[in-house]
Write a protein that binds this ligand. Structure first.
Ligand SMILES: Nc1ncnc2c1ncn2[C@@H]1O[C@H](COP(=O)(O)OP(=O)(O)OP(=O)(O)O)[C@@H](O)[C@H]1O
Length: 627
């Protein structure tokens, strides 16, 4: 099977779960040229690996290791750049099997959910990928991988959150690899799996990889930075690169002989990998131009060498031989001919389940917000304490309505970190073809909604009665309902902004700015009739806080009457209403000041629902477009 790297979608390869065990992977002339650059950052690169082999891509910083891995993993290439080459898998896979069903790229900072245990992480990955004949088979595979990656003692340890320590760096790396392996790939790409680890932890990661590659007949390709001698010797093959060009491809234990054949004496008792890096690096050369020329010459020598020409012949033979051949379907282990992938509903429920575990275990998700809203309710209830239905309380009631609804919405920013963790997980799993934007958005909405309802009830139960808002059950539940809609919209804003710019600081700033804007325009700061036309017509009507503030005001004032202070000569009412002669103010008089009328709650609820859905749909579009 052959495919051009330019077109990842049409990359039919083997289905997972070893229905037709992969025998080899061959890549031929993979190259990448960035726009406006005449020389490629990766020159045509070839390689061939048999099942069970593990390849190290070694080279100094900037030599093109990540570029090659990204091409091998069919990750999107920079806009307007040109890539060439092909990747051939043998035996050819069944048609229409996407490439990401058979290969996985484990990135340096592979996203994991901090609050899940090792076992849960593997179980959820397995459920999302599907393809197991039974729950028993799935559990067996999970337990097998826990043992294979030496995580038995940590099986019930969480990955680790900012407030709870969990796995060590090396254990996280191993779990990252295992959680990709459980989804059934046959080719694994790893971007610097040992970076940031000490020599022993780095050796362990590669040793487990090698063991699993042998056991499961996987092909493993890893870029690697300065491995220790022991780690380096675990690899079967080596691709040595410099400045985007190959200097050696072949068995690790033959690289010394290769250099000796070129007349270069390799010193004894040195770390071979370090020595090789020194050979192909120009960074610290005194005469850079001469060093670059030497490297140019050496890569030409590699191409013309016996090993280089033998590799090219092998690669060309396989690539040309397989061109145009169709794929072959073989039965799966359980007798089925297709891998059972879970449907949208099943994936959504798995994501809801996973988010639920995260939501109660990780206080950052909802716990901190619940504590914050409870504290805020007590603070507000005691500041605006036992307000009486008198003229003096009208402004405090109004301020409290504004402050409560706007500040609660504002504090939704606290959801940014938890959402961004889910987002990173989503990007990884989307690239691996496990699910898409629909499942992500729906599950996020489903898991968040009950929590937001709980927040609304808890906040209102404390604050509403302490402050003495209109004391009827109907008014209380109407208030809870509007607060709930307020929080739903605010959370939608967080999901949209954080999806759009998935950076902690920037998304936080954007959500804060958005809330600041909505707060200023919701009708409290500047009454709607006074608001200038630009803000009124461009923003005011889809400011969800407008509808919350207006309806909470109507809820408080429309049916209530407030007494005016009496003087020796009678009384003085600041709001002149039809009850002035009785020294009373009809609440509608307060509402008239804002231009608020009763009787359109249904319409406003409809607009709120549209805004809430609008944010989610906008986030869905953003996630759909993410590569
Ligand atoms: N999108 C890009 N735009 C401009 N230059 C790029 C881009 N991607 C890669 N490069 C350049 O291509 C060269 C190879 O980069 P690459 O990331 O593949 O190297 P690397 O060997 O993985 O380096 P490191 O070990 O430091 O991660 C570098 O000089 C890099 O600056």
């Amino acid at each position: 099977m052959m495919a051009q790297t330019k077109d990842p979608e049409s990359f039919p390869v083997l289905s997972s779960f070893h229905s037709s065990p992969l025998q080899s992977l061959t890549f031929s002339s993979l190259s990448l040229t960035l726009p406006n650059l005449s020389t490629p950052i990766l020159s045509p690169t070839h390689g061939h690996l048999a099942a069970g082999e593990i390849l190290a891509i070694l080279g100094p910083s900037g030599s093109g290791k990540t570029t090659l891995l990204n091409l091998l993993a069919q990750r999107p290439i920079p806009k307007s750049s040109v890539s060439t080459g092909s990747i051939t898998l043998l035996p050819p896979p069944p048609n229409n099997t996407p490439y990401n069903a058979v290969s996985r790229l484990v990135e340096q900072e592979d996203a994991l959910l901090g609050s899940l245990t090792v076992r849960e992480t593997l179980h959820f990955s397995a459920r999302l990928a599907g393809g197991f004949a039974s729950k028993k088979q799935r559990s067996e595979r999970v337990e097998h991988l826990i043992d294979a990656f030496g995580l038995r003692n940590q099986a019930d340890t969480i990955v680790g959150t900012p407030v709870r320590r969990g796995l060590s760096g090396g254990q996280k790396r191993r779990l990252g690899v295992a959680s990709q392996l459980i989804t059934g790939p046959q080719v694994l790409f790893l971007d610097e799996p040992t970076s940031g680890l000490d020599a022993v932890a780095g050796w362990e990661v590669v040793n487990y990889l090698r063991k699993v590659a042998r056991q499961e007949k996987l092909i493993v390709i890893a870029s690697i930075h300065q491995p220790s001698s022991a780690t380096f010797e675990l690899f079967d093959k080596l691709l040595l690169m410099s400045r985007g060009k190959t200097h050696y491809f072949g068995p690790v234990d033959e690289v010394r002989r290769h250099y000796q054949e070129l007349g270069v004496e390799v010193p004894l008792h040195v770390n071979t990998a370090e020595w090789l890096l020194g050979m192909v690096s120009t960074d610290f050369a005194e005469d850079k131009a001469a060093a670059e020329q030497r490297l140019e010459e050496e890569s030409r020598i590699w191409e013309g060498s016996e090993r280089g020409t033998r590799l090219k012949g092998l690669v060309d033979g396989i690539t040309n031989g397989e061109k145009g051949k169709g794929g072959e379907k073989r039965p799966f282990e359980d007798g089925e001919t297709e891998k059972k992938t879970p449907g949208v509903a099943s994936v959504t429920m798995t994501l809801v389940h996973r988010s639920f575990v995260k939501s109660y275990r990780d206080v950052v998700v909802y716990g901190i917000r619940l504590a914050m809203y409870t504290g805020l309710a007590v603070m507000m209830g005691t500041v605006w304490l036992r307000l009486q239905p008198t003229q003096e309380s009208i402004i405090p009631f109004t301020n409290s309505i504004f402050y409560g609804s706007a500040f609660l919405s504002f504090m939704a920013v606290a959801y940014c970190p938890a959402y961004l963790e889910d987002y990173m997980q989503f990007i990884k799993e989307k690239r691996n073809g496990l699910y898409g934007a629909t499942e992500m958005i729906v599950s996020n909405f489903l898991i968040g909604t009950p929590y937001l309802f709980i927040f609304s009830v808890v906040f209102s139960s404390i604050c509403y009665w302490l402050s003495n808002f209109q004391p009827t059950a109907r008014a209380f539940f109407t208030w809870v309902f509007w607060l709930f809609l307020d929080l739903l919209a605010a959370e939608g804003l967080v999901v949209f902004m954080s999806s759009l710019v998935p950076s902690f600081v920037i998304s936080l700033a954007l959500v804060a700015f958005g809330n600041g804007l909505w707060m200023s325009l919701n009708g409290f700061m500047v009454p709607p009739d006074t608001l200038n036309v630009f803000y009124k017509y461009v923003f005011h009507y889809w400011d969800y806080q407008k509808y919350v503030f207006e309806n909470m005001m109507i809820n408080e004032f429309s049916e209530r009457v407030y007494s005016c202070p009496t003087t020796e000569t009678g009384c003085r009412c600041m709001w002149e209403t039809d009850l002035a002669d009785q020294c009373l103010i009809r609440g509608q008089g307060v509402l008239d000041q804002y231009g608020y009328k009763q009787g359109h709650m249904g319409r406003d609820v409809g607009i709120m629902v549209a805004i809430i859905l609008g944010y989610r749909i906008a986030a869905w579009i953003v996630l759909m477009l993410k590569k």
